[in-house]
Design a protein around this ligand. Sequence first.
Ligand SMILES: [Fe+2]
Ligand SMILES: [Fe+2]
Length: 199
Amino acid sequence: MARPRASPPPKAASPKPRPPGALPLPLPAALLDRPLDYLLAEHHRHRSYLAGLRYAATLAEIPRDQAARLHLFLAAELPLHWADEEQDLFPILRRYALPEDGLAEVLARLSQDHAMSEALVRTIDRGLSTVLRERPDPIPLERRLCGLMLTYAATEARHLAVENAVVLAIAGVRLRKAELHGLSAAMKARREAQHVADA
Ligand SMILES: [Fe+2]
Ligand SMILES: [Fe+2]
């Protein structure tokens, strides 16, 4: 006699993504006096933006004010951070890190990440700028744009982990007062120049 078939266990509902906190505003300029702390705090801030991108991509929609803040971050604030690293931090470290730090390859890989992220971020930002012209709030997001946002969030999270654990850790040991002062001055000058250009 055929035995009654057991009904399959109910499928666990996939957990609803938790909304990230508010997207943090730019850091206070006074923190530029301690450039390594500034860069670390900036990375922390970037993680909030990655969480914002991930959440919006998962829901396939984004509140208008968040889209506007993300657009500012991707279009203006992130390029400033890349310039801090590419034009100042990395060159100083190439000069002052010791061969046994093994930093040359790490920095080369991170520079490749920057170059690849630049194109990806430009595409995402173009997508956000386009949807910002639409009326609804929240704004629906196309599947392709969501995919790009998720890809960027995943690769950038790994990038930040390496910068924090390797680059900033070694910088904290190898860079002395004079180098840190030079780094701080260069980062301040970059923001000043942007301020003048935006005025
Ligand atoms: Fe960084
Ligand atoms: Fe970076």
